[in-house]
Write a protein of this length. Structure first.
Length: 163
């Protein structure tokens, strides 16, 4: 059996980690679970949840700064435009190629670093984005996926990236 590439795993995450419904209460639950897990692990991250392109949860933990808020904004913009995780967008961009070179998008408004993830309904409708900023990009992404998997009831072993 061949090993799946990170890009294949990321695509699978986006297909499996989908909500039956998602509203302001779900956004709050998602954000507070992310913050709780980050606190438990002693991590310093900024967490943003967007619903309908509107920030509905924002938490900047001690040790984060304006740069984390800007990274989160840019990652969320990428997720909302392309309806893919910012990490997958980054991995699918050619080596040494930026999103500006590939799509003409301003680097001041879009980022392809990991940590942004689309909020999909089981119907396939993308209703928002969740973003973590403050860790290395792969770790930002993994933190989001861990909480999404728990909320949706998918075993993390079935969707996690290799260590």
């Amino acid at each position: 059996m061949s090993k799946l590439s990170d890009t294949d795993i990321l695509e699978g995450q986006e297909l499996r980690l989908r909500f039956r419904s998602f509203d302001l209460g779900t956004a709050w639950d998602l954000g507070t679970r992310l913050r709780g897990l980050a606190e438990e692990r002693g991590l310093s991250v900024l967490i943003e949840v967007r619903l309908g392109k509107r920030t509905v949860f924002l938490s900047a933990m001690p040790g984060t700064g304006p740069d984390n808020a800007d990274w989160a904004r840019r990652k969320a913009n990428t997720v909302e435009l392309l309806e893919r995780s910012s990490y997958r967008v980054g991995l699918s961009t050619g080596a040494g190629e930026t999103i500006h070179q590939r799509m003409g998008l301003a680097l001041s408004d879009y980022a392809t670093a990991g940590g942004g993830f689309p909020i999909f309904l089981v119907s396939g409708l993308c209703v928002g984005a969740v973003v973590v900023s403050g860790l290395p990009q792969r770790e930002d992404h993994k933190l989001v996926v861990e909480v999404l998997a728990e909320m949706i009831g998918v075993a993390i072993e079935e969707v996690q990236l290799d260590m």
